[in-house]
Design a protein around this ligand. Structure first.
Ligand code: TIU
Length: 220
């Protein structure tokens, strides 16, 4: 077992039963012209996540940790997109509309895929999810059980939306979750700060929080 100094206390994990979860580091969320910007967000806020996450990803790969990437998006006919989700956003640019990188948040489009710096390696798990949480309508639970995973090191975007939804459910399902503070990002600095506090408050109500430097030190 390895211990990472974290909030609200040490996060202990074993590399063989822990997965690095990289949530939705897609061009549509990170680059201008994608879904994130179509919602009126400052996508520049998310760019800072990429360098530390690339470093953590390299460390996890070196340690032999299971790496799981997720991508939020929909079938080309949008049959898996609830009307309430489809209606949201600026009227000029919705899910399925042509954006700067292909149809917004549609599977198979350039914008739907993961940014080059964090591209999955052959053999790494890539899960496509229609919702904000990584368990809903995916094989995540089966993948984790099959691999004997009991702990998750969670990264990606956005902190208060897809990261929170996933970590809250993972916690309910019995997984111990460490959220990596500099490897998750929000379009809103205030949400980033409070979103991290929410995880570890109340004695770690649904997880732990630590910076990537602490996780990397524990992996070495
Ligand atoms: N809009 C926003 O903050 N997030 C999303 O729509 N999806 C994810 O967080 N991946």
């Amino acid at each position: 077992m390895t211990a990472v100094p974290a909030e609200p206390g040490p996060f202990t994990f074993d590399v063989g039963s822990t997965a690095l979860l990289v949530i939705d580091m897609q061009r549509d969320f990170l680059l201008p012209g994608g879904f994130g910007e179509s919602l009126g967000n400052d996508v520049g806020q998310l760019a800072r996540v990429v360098p530390p996450l690339a470093g953590l990803l390299a460390g996890a790969r070196e340690a032999g940790m299971l790496v799981i990437h997720t991508r939020e998006g929909h079938e080309p006919d949008l049959s898996d997109c609830p009307p309430a989700k489809l209606r949201r956003g600026a009227p000029s640019l919705r899910i399925g509309d042509p954006g700067a990188y292909g149809r917004i948040l549609v599977r198979g489009e350039y914008g739907h895929d993961i940014v080059d710096e964090l591209a999955p390696l052959p053999g790494e798990v890539v899960l496509d999810k229609p919702g904000k949480g990584a368990f809903y309508a995916t094989d995540l639970q089966e993948v984790l059980v099959g691999a004997g995973i009991t702990s998750l090191i969670v990264t990606g975007v956005t902190t208060e939306v897809c990261v929170h939804t996933t970590v809250r459910e993972a916690n309910d399902r019995g997984y111990e979750c460490l959220v990596v503070s500099d490897c998750v990002g929000s379009y809103f600095p205030e949400f980033q700060r409070v979103g991290l506090q929410m995880v570890s408050a109340q004695g770690g109500i649904f997880g732990w929080v630590a910076p990537s430097s602490a996780v990397l030190a524990a992996l070495n």
